[in-house]
Each structure stands twice: as C-alpha cells, then as structure tokens.
Write a protein that binds this ligand. Structure first.
Ligand SMILES: [Ca+2]
Ligand SMILES: [Ca+2]
Length: 358
C-alpha cells in the first residue's frame, strides 16, 4: 500500500527528529494522504503519539503541525460546512525539523470556521519554514491564551530564513494580537486584499518589529481595538505597513464611539496598476509586460485579483474598468485600445470592446 508506506515513512521521520521534544500534549501532523485535502478527513492526519488517523480535537495544548512530509503537494483545506478546531496551528521547524528542502507548505481556507483554542497561530516558525496561507472566506477565531496571530518567528542569525506569508482575500480573523516577525531572524508578510482582521489588545495589539515585517493592505480592512493611530502612523513611517505595496496611502481613522482604529487603503480603481487614479494604456503596458506570469505577481504588476498570476482574469478586470478615472469615467481612446489588444491578444477582449460602452 503506497499510502500506508508513505505514512509510515513520514511518521518514522518525525519520531526520529522529535526525540525527546515535548512541548504539547498531542501532535496532529498533516500529511494530506486522504485524497481530498479536507481538514475534516481523518485520513489526512496522523496523531504522532499513537499513529492513528485522527482529526484534531481542539484541546488547547495540542499542536497541529502542517509541515508533514508531502504536505506541500496536498495542502489542507477548510471550506463551507467544515468547523475545524485546534490548540496551536503551526508550521514549525521547532517541533518538526523534517521539512524537505524546497518544500513550502500551504493551507487554504475558502469558508467554514477554525477555532484556535491554545496559544495561537505560529505561521512560519523557525529556520527554513516557508509557508503560505491563502484565505478567501470563513472565520478564524483565536480564543486561547494569549491567542496570538504570529507570522514568522526565527532566532536571529539562524538560517535559512523562515518566511511566513498570509494572503487574505475574504473572510474574517478575530485575534488578540498580531506579532510580526519574532525572534529577530524571520520574515513575515500579511496581505489584506479582502475581508477583515479584528485585533484585540489582550496580547499587545498589532506589533510590527522591524523591516522584516510587511503588512500590505489593499481592499481589506484591519480593525484595531482602542486608539492605535499613533502606533499605526509609526509603522507607516517605517514602511512596515503599506497600501498597495506603497503605491497608495494608508488610511487610518479612530472611532471614539466604538473605540476602534480602522486601517484601510485609500480608494483605488480596479485595473489601476500604477496608482495614478486612471485606468489606461500605462496600466495595459504594465499588464502586458507581465503577461502570463505564473507566480509572485503583485498589484503593481497587473495582478488585479491577487492570485499571484497575470492572465485573462486580470485583463478582464482591466477591460471592465478601462478609461475610468477616480472621480468619474471617460471614453477610452481608440489608439490605446488597439495597444491593449495588441499586448494581450485576446479575441474575446476585442469582441467586448466592439460593443459601445455605457
Ligand atoms: Ca493607472
Ligand atoms: Ca491575477
């Protein structure tokens, strides 16, 4: 049985690596060998202490360790209908040093709920841990003590550098603090492209420590408990908190009635890659120069739907907003329309523009 032998090998590797380390009560290790990537499928999990296939129960001292062998190819998914619980959610070398070279685990959440009952989330914890969380829906509640949402932790000077990345295009996160990065050697990146993150102060609120912290707000919202305008202004000055990778301004306002500080990006037109409040040939040129890029693309590269790629989905967004200016709209110029068609070369775009725009 291939799957059984994979599990045995992975379990053995974890056992050998863990030795006498014992910081949590139970360790639920994700291997993703159940065939569906669903968090709720026991066959995707291996309880280290017993070798059983069990879904995490949510006891506060239990760890969920997502970087089991082969985890990158089979990342966990929480979707509508799944109510997940765990003690500590971790991508961590501290507990499981057996991260294969080049294996960068991920996790996806499109709906459902995740309640983290223990210390919190350690996303990218210690040297070599490079992990990406993609959240487009659902709700994450960190209810434990301290209930920290930590992106990137690593001892200063150790290598290779860990990188914790959290991409959010929808859904909501409720936590008692955000810590980025910790330990002096890590890199943590939080992209708030949609949805909302509510940050309480029970564990310090929003804490950004150095140049290795990057919070990038585009079309999502961060809500901080209390008047945090001075702290936010400091982060903006340092360049640790930016809007649209620095193309736009961060907007921060305090509402005394609700005692919350809201952080957003200034309004931006969809398709405005260069942030000049117009959607025109300059943006089309940017999109064209990055056309069919498969990974790592940003808003300023023409990735308007935040999937890291530049393709027809982004071209469709550009086309839908072609000629707009922030305070109104204008008629696109024929010459620039031709340029864009030439750059992208999509027949359907030509068809779209053949009809008069309203
Ligand atoms: Ca523009
Ligand atoms: Ca895209």
């Amino acid at each position: 049985m291939v799957r059984s032998s994979l599990r045995t090998c992975a379990a053995l590797a974890v056992v050998l690596a863990l030795g006498s380390v014992c910081r949590g009560d139970l360790w639920y290790v994700w291997f993703g060998q159940g065939g569906d990537n669903l968090w709720s499928n026991p066959d995707n999990w291996l309880l280290y202490q017993t070798g059983e296939n069990l879904v995490p129960t949510g006891a506060p001292n239990d760890y969920v360790i997502l970087n089991g062998l082969l985890a990158e190819a089979n990342p966990p998914l929480i979707q509508n209908g799944i109510d997940a619980v765990c003690g500590i959610l971790s991508i961590t070398r501290d507990i499981n040093p057996v991260i294969p070279p080049g294996d960068y685990p991920a996790m996806n959440m499109t709906g459902g709920t995740l309640v983290v009952t223990g210390q919190g989330i350690w996303w990218g914890d210690d040297a070599g841990c490079q992990a990406t969380f993609n959240m487009s829906g659902g709700v994450i509640n960190l209810t434990g003590d301290p209930g920290i949402f930590e992106i990137g932790w690593q001892e200063d000077g150790s290598s290779p550098q860990c990188r914790g990345t959290w991409n959010m295009t929808g859904g909501a996160i409720n936590c008692k603090g955000i810590s980025m990065p910790g330990g002096g050697g890590a890199y943590g990146e939080l992209n708030v492209h949609g949805g909302q993150i509510n940050v309480g102060t029970a564990d310090g609120g929003l804490i950004l420590r150095d140049d290795n912290a990057k919070v990038n707000v585009t079309r999502g919202t961060i809500v901080l408990e209390g008047d945090e305008t001075v702290r936010v202004a400091g982060y903006v000055t340092e360049g640790w908190l930016v809007a649209y990778d620095g193309l736009r301004d961060v907007v921060c306002s305090y509402n005394a009635l609700d005692n919350v500080t809201t952080v957003t990006a200034e309004p931006t037109l969809l398709g405005d890659a260069n942030g000049d409040d117009k959607v025109n040939d300059a943006d089309a040129s940017i999109l064209g120069s990055n056309w069919l890029r498969q990974s790592g693309a940003r808003w300023g590269d023409g990735d308007f739907n935040f999937d890291g790629k530049v393709n027809d989905a982004d071209a469709a967004i550009l086309a839908a907003h072609w000629g707009e200016v922030l305070a109104g709209s204008s008629v696109p110029e024929p010459a620039t329309m031709t340029l864009l068609v030439g750059l992208i070369g999509l027949a359907w775009l030509t068809r779209k523009w053949a009809a008069p725009r309203k």
